[in-house]
Write a protein that binds this ligand. Structure first.
Ligand code: QVW
Ligand code: ZN
Length: 330
């Protein structure tokens, strides 16, 4: 796999995997720069520095979390490859012979830390993805309360977002990859330890990324394997053009809703810790034309849901959709 050298702000270089598509940089601005507000209002991604959003957690490492996460059971995924492709197990029966691409395990943080430390190259990769809740130890609660809630709540209000829905703690090792998908919430993604590379595509490139059908367990995930794209099956992927951001400790990436993202723990940057801040989207006061790409994606999802409900059988959906468009809108 070809790689290329990269660095953040002249810091120690590291290597990034090369793909078939071009990558432009996401803007990297201080939170004091008024351009940040403009980009967020326009639902454009931006790496925001100097927020102190998670400064109270920059000392987190495996040892500290092992001592302070408490003895609760936490969600850990295990994968034969280094890819952690999300799946909705409630939709598993909709697809014949669906094979779950990773295993969902529950374990204490101490057990997770031990398995990471003793991990041999042939062992499965592990990725903790746990919503921060009141089961954690007191010192983690203190660190959590020490997040810069003033700044992020000010953003939430300024941009008229809905409620904070979850803070997901992500603890992984270098080379863990979350393959390309989109979410339906606004996300301030805070990096605590190690570096993460985001490969982003705007919602307007929906047609290049070929998401699975909405009834599929991999709903919202791209069908395209970036490491070996099938241009026969997914010809429009040739036109995909990405934005890229590498975030390090203290950086916050604003990841707008419906933006596609593949996320890679960067090689050579060690243990990787992040926390997400997911917010419900705000209400659309007035429909304005032309509609925004993300509104069209939301419309497509609602129409797919309606068709699935009306047909009441996933096996009937492909023929129905093809009859509707093939030779008529193609
Ligand atoms: C389960 C969430 C994973 C995360 C990407 C990553 O850090 O691996 C992501 O996709 C997001 O924050 O939206
Ligand atoms: Zn995501």
């Amino acid at each position: 796999m070809a790689t290329r050298k990269a660095e953040i702000n002249g810091k120690r270089p590291f290597r990034l995997k090369e793909y078939t598509f071009s990558c432009e940089d996401v803007p990297r601005l201080s939170c004091t720069d008024p351009e940040v507000d403009r980009l967020i209002s326009n639902e454009q991604p931006v790496v925001i520095t100097d927020t102190n959003l998670v400064s109270s957690a920059l000392h987190w490492d495996l040892d500290y979390l092992g001592k302070n996460m408490g003895d609760g059971m936490f969600t850990v995924y295990s994968s034969h490859t280094n890819k952690f492709k999300y799946f909705d197990d409630k939709k598993g029966n909709n697809v014949k012979n669906f094979r779950e691409p990773m295993r969902h395990l529950d374990m204490t943080f101490q057990d997770f830390a031990k398995r990471l430390c003793n991990k041999k190259p042939e062992d499965e990769s592990l990725y903790m993805q746990q919503t921060l809740n009141d089961s954690v130890g007191r010192r983690i609660v203190v660190d959590f309360l020490g997040f810069n809630w003033n700044w992020i709540t000010e953003q939430q209000k300024k941009h008229n977002w809905g409620q904070l829905t979850a803070n997901l703690l992500l603890v992984g090792t270098e080379e863990n990859i979350t393959p390309s998908h989109y979410d339906e919430q606004q996300n301030f993604f805070a990096q605590i330890k190690g570096k993460k590379r985001f490969i982003l595509f705007p919602p307007s490139q929906f047609g290049c990324l070929y998401p699975y059908p909405i009834y599929h367990p991999h709903d919202r995930q791209s069908q395209v394997d970036f490491d070996d794209p099938d241009f026969e099956k997914f010809p429009e992927f040739k036109k995909a053009a990405a934005l890229e951001a590498v975030v390090g400790p203290g950086d916050v990436l604003y990841l707008p809703t419906y933006w596609w993202h593949q996320v890679e723990c960067v090689q050579g940057t060690g243990l990787n810790i992040s926390v997400t801040f997911w917010y419900k989207c705000g209400p659309t006061d007035k429909i304005e034309y032309p509609l925004k790409p993300q509104q069209k994606v939301a419309m497509m999802r609602n129409i797919e849901k309606m068709i699935n409900q009306a047909l009441n059988d996933p096996k009937e959906v492909p023929e129905f959709m093809q009859n509707m468009v093939l030779g008529r809108y193609t």
